[in-house]
Design a protein around this ligand. Structure first.
Ligand SMILES: [Ca+2]
Length: 482
């Protein structure tokens, strides 16, 4: 894996100016760049025009990619929501936090393995990304999905955000016929979001909230988590968009679902509106935007297909590349990285060190040493690779989309997946075989053993929780949920 275009000298000059707080482009009084983290829920690796979708239309996000940096080997730190979100907020691997599954996870009481007790909240002892910015004098806001704890003490306002709009226990818009909650359409039944007029679309509402915050805080530095509920199920979108894509369906296309396509377009419009607002306020040249997803795209069932992550194998809740490959774009106007395409493998744990470094916020050494993320600054300035030799995943859980307890390592072009249920491992060379179709476990035993040992050493180093033998194991009921 290697990268890209040397920009070293220009970059350092710009960074020095930025850190000194005297950059002319800065609009707020203290000269700090604003930051907006746009996290889309379940957006698959090929779900954007600039990542190869042949059906979904995403002109605003594609334009952002052209004006920023597009990562071609970007990974979420888990195949499901909550662990990735926790790793973004802390810079730590989910395994290190023992927050390894979505909250509250699927329960398979008769499965072959018993999953470990795992943490269902963000630890208050962690110094979050929001706290880092808040302590540096930033106004901090969380807008949208959170999904990092059932109790109010676990919600964004108690983890460094000055304001929380719409973030609470739920990982998807709330649907309840008895109470009249309609998912993506108001009323939402969300305790952190006052209901708008009936049938207001959630993403449009949250976008307006973000734009209003930008307007109100234009003269002070702000850090905004805009974590969309889109494009997670339930699949719901405005009728005009669904009609548009229904008319465009073509059996030759890889992507086929018109409602999902409409949800992707809602996402694109949200990004477009936020950028337009930043431009209107004269803040676009002083705002860092990180756009990403929290896990791979959901494939769905045969009769109700959602998206397709081809050429990547499988999708959300699975053990292969489709579960953890995500689109990622970084727009950082100060570092002259416009139009770069970076092939180095990166992961969600990196957002924390990257964004703080770009904003000139120092992380204390003690905290840094407990972090797993690496700053992308060496990649952005063409100085070479990140300070890591491998990326790791650890998911000691079962998921209805197909995952059984497993760990995985990617090192260079190689990926090894260790399946705890079967006791078998799989080895792939991603350079030759991006779709993970040719298992080389028996043909390169030296490589396989090396990666297996390295993966095991890593698990020990982060004190990863392991599944155990399940005394309740019942083969006939092993795939049944409680
Ligand atoms: Ca998700």
């Amino acid at each position: 894996m290697k990268s890209m275009i040397p920009q070293k000298h220009t970059f350092f000059i710009m960074l020095a100016v930025l850190m000194a707080g005297t950059l002319n482009a800065c609009k707020n009084e203290v000269g700090k760049p604003n930051v907006i983290v746009i996290l889309v829920d379940d957006l698959g690796a090929t779900d954007l025009g600039c990542y190869g979708s042949d059906f979904y239309q995403t002109p605003h996000i594609d334009q952002l990619a052209g004006e920023g940096v597009r990562f071609t080997n970007s990974y979420s730190s888990c195949t499901v929501c909550s662990p990735t979100r926790a790793s973004i907020m802390t810079g730590k691997y989910p395994a290190r936090q023992h927050l390894t599954d979505w909250i509250e996870g699927h329960k398979y009481p008769w499965a072959k393995l018993k999953v470990p007790d795992w943490q269902m909240y963000l630890d208050s002892a962690d110094h979050t990304l929001a706290e880092a910015f808040n302590n540096a004098g930033y106004f901090t806001a969380h807008v949208g999905k959170w999904h990092l704890g059932e109790l109010e003490k676990d919600w964004p306002e108690n983890h460094g955000f000055d304001i929380n709009i719409g973030g609470w226990a739920k990982g998807a818009p709330h649907r309840n016929k008895t109470k009249g909650y309609k998912g993506y359409f108001a009323p939402y039944g969300n305790p952190r979001l006052e209901d708008g007029p009936d049938d207001e679309y959630l993403t449009e509402r949250l976008t307006s909230e973000v734009c209003q915050l930008i307007d109100e805080k234009r003269n002070e530095p702000f850090f905004i988590n805009f974590w969309l509920y889109n494009v997670h199920t339930p699949l719901q979108a405005c009728e005009d968009k669904i009609e548009k894509y229904s008319a465009l369906i073509d059996s030759t296309k890889r992507h086929q679902n018109p409602v999902y396509a409409a949800m992707v377009e809602h996402t694109d419009e949200a990004v477009g509106k936020v950028i337009a607002k930043l431009k209107e306020e004269g803040l676009y040249e002083n705002t860092i935007i990180l756009f990403s997803s929290d896990n791979g795209g959901l494939i769905g069932r045969k009769k109700n297909k959602v998206t397709n992550n081809y050429p990547f194998r499988h999708g959300k809740g699975g053990m292969y590349e489709g579960g953890v490959r995500i689109p990622t774009i970084l727009y950082a106007p100060h570092n002259q990285s416009k139009g770069l395409v970076i092939d180095e493998a990166v992961v969600s744990t990196d957002y924390y060190p990257t964004l703080t470094q770009l904003a000139g916020i120092a992380i204390p050494d003690k905290q840094k040493s407990a972090m797993d993320g690496c700053s992308w600054l060496p990649l952005l300035n063409g100085e070479g690779t990140e300070d890591r030799d491998a990326i790791y995943w650890h998911y000691p859980h079962y998921h209805q989309e197909g995952a059984v307890p497993y760990s995985a390592i990617r090192m260079g072009d190689w990926k090894l997946i260790e399946n705890f249920e079967s006791g078998e491992s799989e080895l792939y060379n991603l350079k030759d075989d991006i779709s993970e179709t040719n298992n080389l476990i028996n043909s390169d035993t030296t490589k396989a053993q090396y990666l297996k040992d390295k993966l095991n050493d890593w698990r020990l180093s982060v004190n990863a929780q392991m599944p155990s033998v399940n005394p309740e194991y019942d083969k006939s009921r092993s795939k049944k949920k409680r």
